[in-house]
Ligand binder design. Structure first.
Ligand SMILES: CCCCCCCCCCCCCCCCCCCCCCCC(=O)SCCNC(=O)CCNC(=O)[C@H](O)C(C)(C)COP(=O)(O)OP(=O)(O)OC[C@H]1O[C@@H](n2cnc3c(N)ncnc32)[C@H](O)[C@@H]1OP(=O)(O)O
Ligand SMILES: NC(=O)C1=CN([C@@H]2O[C@H](COP(=O)(O)OP(=O)(O)OC[C@H]3O[C@@H](n4cnc5c(N)ncnc54)[C@H](OP(=O)(O)O)[C@@H]3O)[C@@H](O)[C@H]2O)C=CC1
Length: 519
């Protein structure tokens, strides 16, 4: 019997961000391995016209939870959705709910965050500070009033200190006190906030990583006598093994890039091919989270331990290898209705990157929009392409650098687990076969994110063939037009043309003469 699974039996667990990518996989694993847990409280806000219950039941009724239903048929009764908006005071939780949370919670997993890198038009700095910093502070305050609390697990990111090259499992001080930032946001004008944000975040690439660093500092400052641990995953990718390979449900990180490439929108990217692609499967992260929850509660380390869960240091894959395997998978399992044939050009040069953007991205979008206009439809491709290129430019920082993360605490924890726990809560990525993982990842994007049917593959392959022929035809036509124009304008081009034609004529005459002689 797994010690960790047994530990969660009979426990009341509070999860923030349970409707997110990581949160869903965490709930699934908890229910599957510890079906006798008492209750999972999830802090949820209503969204897209759905009530809390509808949102939670939709998750429980999804494919991800199919195995859970077999081992925990009464899963609906074991989950308690609590209305909460983490941007509000006291999270806008009702008095009764708050009372129940304070008196019953044993373990907290704090996953909620905004992972958006920043958009000045949408007050992102304020939103990011509210959610990634202030909400963490409020949750810690709540936790300090929970008499039965055994562990508080805070999810950060391996990139919270991405301004450094080598990152240890320690909390680094931030240049500005989080409290000062929280206070100043209360009275500063939006326009001023937008203006000072770049100065505040200094050498952090975006507001997300900066506010996650502030969040960690808040954890350190407000830890009181709580049992806290911080987990820092790198780029969280589709599931590796559990509950089944390739599950993914949002377009963040590599997912959006895989879609854009598979659909033929994105054909070049400014990336360093040999830089480490530090992707970590979401089920691996969840296994570590559950092991850390157990270890923190049972062993009660004297200080707040930080755990890195990354792949680059022990089983590295680079962007080139990843790109090649992604493209190879598109050959076997193409996405439906691609705009162009999937292709990938990595470049480290800004000039080349701009050239590809103009020739391979913007020009086809403009041509397609002309076609839409001519056929009486609304043009949309240029707008979509501009958005895509803006998103890609935000990710570029992470695909042109490599980092070293030390993993002493994570390795120490692995050595503390029994063989059974090491199997059930496996977070050892040495065993990960990248080629297999990437293939399942792309397949997962197709099935679970794009919701495409596998039966459509033959048609998609036919369409790719047609696109290839159109591509060749278009290029030939373009070449001939350019050549015709050149001949009309340049004597030199005419001479070259004359030379080629006479050479071909001579070659053909010689060939014909020699074949006549043979007869
Ligand atoms: C030809 C190229 C070669 C390809 C080879 C094959 C592929 C190989 C795969 C490898 C590719 C390499 C890329 C990987 C990059 C990974 C970087 C990860 C960085 C790690 C950071 C730390 C990890 C974390 O902790 S958090 C997770 C990361 N967070 C994110 O990814 C968030 C990114 N998104 C944002 O910040 C916002 O969406 C933003 C700022 C881009 C836009 O926000 P805004 O508020 O303006 O609008 P939205 O409504 O949110 O979106 C606008 C528009 O953009 C689309 N979109 C959003 N995200 C992505 C995305 N990741 N990829 C593609 N498109 C995206 C979104 O759908 C919207 O489009 P609509 O048409 O309007 O719906
Ligand atoms: N994905 C990744 O690559 C990585 C993620 N991480 C960290 O992992 C954690 C989880 O990330 P991930 O699951 O990918 O993120 P998601 O964007 O998928 O999920 C974010 C979650 O936070 C919730 N949330 C956001 N705002 C509020 C609010 N005001 N009130 C209540 N809930 C709110 C969302 O709820 P709702 O559904 O209502 O929007 C959602 O459940 C984060 O802390 C992130 O920093 C770290 C490294 C990499």
């Amino acid at each position: 019997m797994s010690t960790i699974a047994a530990f969660y039996g009979g426990k009341s667990i509070l999860i923030t961000g349970a409707t997110g990518f990581l949160g869903k996989v965490l709930m699934e694993k908890l229910f599957r391995t510890s079906p006798d847990l008492k209750v999972i409280y999830v802090l949820v806000r209503p969204k897209a016209g759905q009530t809390l219950q509808q949102r939670v039941f939709q998750i429980l009724d999804s494919k991800l939870f199919e195995k859970v239903k077999e081992v925990c048929p009464n899963v609906h009764e074991k989950i308690r959705a609590i209305y909460a908006d983490l941007n509000q005071n006291d999270f806008a939780i009702s008095k009764e709910d708050m009372q129940e949370l304070l008196s019953c919670t044993n373990i907290i997993f704090h996953c909620a965050a905004t992972v958006c890198f920043g958009n000045p038009q949408r007050n992102i700095p304020i939103h990011a500070v509210q959610l990634n910093v202030t909400a963490t502070q409020q949750l810690l305050l709540m936790a300090s009033q929970m008499p039965k609390l055994e562990a508080f697990i805070h999810i950060s990111t391996a990139y919270s200190n991405c301004n450094l090259k080598h990152i240890d499992e320690v909390i680094y001080p931030c240049p500005v006190e989080p409290k000062k930032i929280i206070d100043s946001l209360e009275w500063l004008d939006d326009a001023i906030i937008d203006e000072i944000t770049p100065k505040l975040i200094r050498d952090w690439p975006n507001i997300y990583t900066y506010t996650k660093a502030l969040g960690e500092m808040v954890v350190q400052q407000e830890s009181r006598n709580l049992n806290i641990a911080i987990i820092r995953p790198s780029i969280v990718g589709a599931t590796w093994q559990e509950p089944f390979p390739g599950w993914v449900d949002n377009i963040n990180g590599p997912n959006g890039i895989i879609i854009a490439t598979g659909k033929g929108f994105l054909r070049a990217i400014k990336a360093t091919p040999m830089a480490v692609a530090d992707v970590i499967p979401v089920d691996t992260v969840v296994n570590l989270m559950l092991a850390v929850g157990w270890y923190t509660a049972v062993h009660r380390p004297k200080s707040t331990l930080v755990y890195h869960i990354t792949s680059g240091n022990i089983n590295p894959c680079n962007w080139h290898k990843m790109g090649v395997q992604v493209l190879a998978t598109f050959e076997k399992i193409p996405f439906e209705r691609p705009f162009r044939r999937p292709n990938a050009n990595f470049t480290t040069n800004s000039f080349t990157s701009q050239y590809w953007n103009a020739v391979s991205h913007r020009a086809p979008a403009i041509i397609y929009d002309c076609y839409l206009r001519l056929t009486g439809r609304k043009p949309r491709m240029t707008k979509l392409m501009n958005r895509l290129l803006r998103t890609v430019s935000m990710l570029e920082y992470f695909i042109n650098r490599s980092w070293e993360w030390s993993t002493y605490n994570t390795e120490m924890l692995m050595s503390e687990l029994s063989p059974e726990d090491q199997r059930v809560f496996n977070f050892d990525v040495r065993q990960l076969n990248w080629l297999e993982y990437i293939e399942n990842y792309v397949l997962g994007v197709k099935k679970y994110l794009l919701k495409e049917d596998m039966a459509g593959i033959p048609e998609a392959k036919q369409r790719l063939k047609r696109l290839r022929n159109i591509h060749y035809l278009f290029n030939t036509a373009l070449f001939l037009i350019a050549w015709r124009l050149l001949i009309a304008r340049s004597q030199m081009a005419r001479n070259v043309w004359f030379f080629i034609v006479s050479f071909c004529y001579k070659f053909l005459s010689y060939f014909r003469a020699s074949s006549t002689l043979k007869v």
